[in-house]
Ligand binder design. Structure first.
Ligand code: ATP
Ligand code: MG
Length: 422
C-alpha cells in the first residue's frame, strides 16, 4: 500500500489513506483481510497509467482498484464532489477536484472522514474525527438530516458501525434517522442485507439491534420484529450478543435476532432481504427447532432414547447450534433465573454430547443397511417404500441402538416389509 502511495507521490499526486483503515489505525484495531481505500487528486486515467494491474471498478465515480504484487486490492478514488442526490441512493453527477477537505466533506461520519499520509506521517482531520473516536461517537459530517436524505444507506451504516465499534450515536445523528426512513426504504435489499449481516456478527450486536428498534429502522428491515414489545426485542438482542464464536456464525446470530418472528415468516423475511437461500432456510429451521427445545429433555432422569429421538428430529448436525443458542438464552436470563437454567442447560449438553458420541444411529444415513442393501434383502424394486423402510428401521434403532448391524436389522426389515405388504 505504501508502494502505491510512493508511486502516486513520485508522479506528483500526493495521496492519502482514507476510511476504515485510518479509523482502525487510530483505534489500534487490527484489520484482517479488509480493504484499503486511498484518495488521490490524480484522475482515474492518470492512476491507471501508473500501475500495471488496475481494474476500472467504478470509473464514473472515480474509483479504480490496483492489484499489488503482495496480492492486496487497493481502491483508489479521485477526490470528488457530488452533485444532487435525487433518488436517495447515488449522486446524479460527480466532479473531480484536488481539494482533500472537500473530498472528506462528502464522507458519511466524522470517524470516516479522516485521511492519513503515511509518507509524511500527517493526519488530516477537518471534521473532528479524532475527538469523536475518543468520545466513542458516530456523528454525521455536517447536518445529519441532510446527509441521510442524500443516501438512505447511511443510517444503516451508522448503526452497523455502532455494533462493530461499540460506539453510541451522537444525539442529532440518531434523531435524524426517523425522518430518513422513507429514503432508507429506497436502498436495495442486497445492501440492506449486507449491513444487517455485518451488524448481526458484530461484537456489540445487542446495542446495534436496540438502535435498529428505537430508530424505526427495524420497521423497514423486518416489520414482524418491529411489532414486538421492547422487552422481547431486548431479549433477541441479548441472545445474539450472548452467542460467542470467533468469528461469530452469521446463521446463529440471525437465528437469535429472528427467533421472535412467527416461525413461518422467518425464511421469507430473510430471502426478501436477499440473504442466500441456504442461510434463510437454515435460520428458519433453527428458529423452528429452537422454539421446541422441550421440557422432557431436561427431566431427571431422562431416557437416552428421548434424547436420541430429539436429535433425530432436529437433525444431529444442528445439535451444536441449538446447544449454543440454549446457552445464550440462559446467559440472557435475569440473574435470579439464570442459575437453575444453567444447570439444566449443562445437563442437556452432557446428554446430547453423550448421544452423539455413542455411535447410535440418529439419521437413516447412519444405519448399517442403506437403500441398496435393503432392496437386496427384501428383493424389492426402488421406490418411495425404500425411504419409508429406512425410516421405520431408524425408528426402531433409536430405541434400541444395539440393533444397528446388517444382521440385527435384517429381521425387523423383513417383518416391516411383511406387515406393509399384507
Ligand atoms: P470497513 O471497515 O467496513 O471497510 P469503511 O469505513 O472503510 O469501513 P467502506 O464502505 O469501505 O467503509 O467505505 C470507505 C469510506 O468511504 C468510508 O470510510 C467513508 O468515508 C466513505 N463512504 C462509504 N460509504 C459511504 C456512504 N454511503 N456515504 C458517504 N461516505 C461513504
Ligand atoms: Mg473500507
Amino acid at each position: 500500500m505504501v508502494g502505491v502511495l510512493t508511486s502516486l507521490a513520485a508522479a506528483g499526486h500526493r495521496s492519502w489513506v482514507v476510511g476504515g483503515a485510518v479509523r482502525d489505525l487510530l483505534l489500534h484495531r487490527p484489520r484482517h483481510g479488509l480493504d484499503f481505500d486511498l484518495a488521490t487528486p490524480a484522475e482515474p486515467t492518470q492512476v491507471m497509467a501508473l500501475f500495471p494491474r488496475v481494474i476500472p471498478t467504478g470509473l464514473e465515480h472515480g474509483t479504480v482498484t490496483i492489484l499489488t504484487p503482495d496480492k492486496l486490492k487497493i481502491e483508489v478514488t479521485t477526490f470528488r464532489g457530488e452533485g444532487a442526490y435525487s433518488d436517495g441512493r447515488r449522486p446524479e453527477s460527480v466532479t473531480f477536484h484536488t481539494d482533500l477537505d472537500a473530498d472528506l466533506a462528502r464522507r458519511d461520519f466524522t470517524i470516516n472522514a479522516m485521511a492519513f499520509d503515511p509518507l509524511a506521517l500527517e493526519l488530516a482531520d477537518p471534521y473532528g474525527g479524532q475527538r469523536d473516536l475518543a468520545a466513542r461517537l458516530i456523528r454525521a459530517v455536517g447536518t445529519a438530516r441532510d446527509r441521510f436524505a442524500e443516501d438512505g444507506l447511511r443510517p444503516l451504516r451508522a448503526v452497523r458501525f455502532a455494533g462493530q465499534l461499540g460506539f453510541r450515536l451522537d444525539d442529532a445523528t440518531r434523531q435524524a434517522i426517523r425522518g430518513a426512513l422513507p429514503v432508507v426504504r429506497l436502498v436495495s435489499r442486497e445492501r440492506m442485507a449486507e449491513e444487517l449481516g455485518r451488524l448481526a456478527v458484530s461484537p456489540h450486536v445487542a446495542r446495534a439491534f436496540d438502535l435498529l428498534a428505537s430508530t424505526g429502522l427495524l420497521e423497514v428491515l423486518a416489520p414482524p420484529l418491529a411489532a414486538l414489545p421492547p422487552a422481547r426485542l431486548g431479549h433477541l438482542g441479548a441472545v445474539a450478543g450472548g452467542l460467542g464464536g470467533d468469528p461469530p456464525d452469521l446463521r446463529l446470530r440471525l437465528t437469535a435476532l429472528f427467533h421472535g418472528a412467527p416461525v413461518p415468516e422467518v425464511e421469507g423475511l430473510l430471502t426478501g432481504l436477499r440473504f442466500p437461500g441456504r442461510v434463510a432456510s437454515e435460520v428458519a429451521a433453527l428458529v423452528a427447532r429452537h422454539a421446541c427445545l422441550r421440557q422432557d429433555l431436561l427431566e431427571d432422569p431422562v431416557s437416552p432414547a428421548v434424547v436420541r429421538r430429539w436429535l433425530a428430529g432436529v437433525g444431529p448436525a444442528r445439535a451444536p447450534a441449538l446447544l449454543a443458542l440454549r446457552d445464550a438464552e440462559v446467559a440472557a436470563l435475569p440473574p435470579a433465573r439464570r442459575i437453575a437454567a444453567r444447570g439444566a442447560a449443562r445437563r442437556l449438553r452432557t446428554r446430547v454430547e453423550a448421544a452423539l458420541a455413542s455411535g447410535a444411529p440418529l439419521e437413516s444415513g447412519a444405519l448399517a443397511l442403506d437403500g441398496r442393501a435393503l432392496m437386496a434383502l427384501l428383493g424389492c424394486p426402488p421406490g418411495p417404500h425404500v425411504g419409508e423402510g429406512l425410516r421405520a428401521l431408524l425408528d426402531l434403532a433409536l430405541d434400541e441402538p444395539g440393533l444397528n448391524s446388517a444382521a440385527g436389522l435384517a429381521g425387523p426389515a423383513r417383518d416391516w416389509w411383511a406387515r406393509r405388504s399384507s
